[in-house]
Design a protein. Sequence first.
Length: 290
Amino acid sequence: MTTLTTELNSGANPRKRTGSLVWHVFALAVLCVVLYPVVWVIGAAFKPGKKIVGSLDLLPADPILDNVKGLADGIAGISIGTFFTNSLFYAGMAVVGVVISSSLTAYAFAKIPFRGRNLLFALMIGTLLLPYHVLLIPQYVMFQKLELINTYVPLLAGKFLATEAFFVFLMVQFMRGLPRELDEAARLDGCGHLRIYWSIVLPLCRPALITSAIFTFINAWNDFMGPLIYLNEPSKYTVSLGLMMFRDQQGISDYGGQIAMAMMALIPVIAFFMAFQRYLIDGMATSGLK
């Protein structure tokens, strides 16, 4: 808005000012559309359950705290904190697994010449074309025979085995842009691949690592299909499955408690993004200056 005000107050070209005004109005309209669901969830969390569905009011005229206070009682005898703890464990371990395995794999593809490297890299990229549901049944059968159902191993094993091809590709492209003179200087000092990876490549790839961590955390926190398939005990449910427990066997939902818990589920995601957004923006600004 400061840019728009400066242009309007200056003697800029009227055509340019009109284009700037249209662009800012369009950006504000898009922002309103994007933020509408978030504002609706916040407003609905403070409405009575009967007024959530069918009400046209975005924010309640008489806000109540019953929905939020009701979360303290838990669901089916299980504390709400249990679901959040499980989700934080799942999302945190997923971030650790993706950052470590994807960066190691990317270093091998980007910095170590070996026979068949291009073929293996092409095959890895090809896995992006496979839908998740195609591999779901054979993976479930495999983990069932290994007696790993109802554990977090099926959800986290792929994270530690560099199966996230998109993040590997992202890091490979970033590492290929790093000056090779740094690797050559490190080898002259007697550094091996592991030391070069840890002391030189990883610090320079921090923007790519932060980007991968942000998207991995959000994807794991919002994951519904994986926990639904592999977790059977309610005490191991994540937040996404905990929201499903607000519906009883007759199909009647406690919309007030469900919306209140959904609002609370947004807090860790927003906090994680806000904590690391500076590194994400810095990486985008300096990606061409490596």
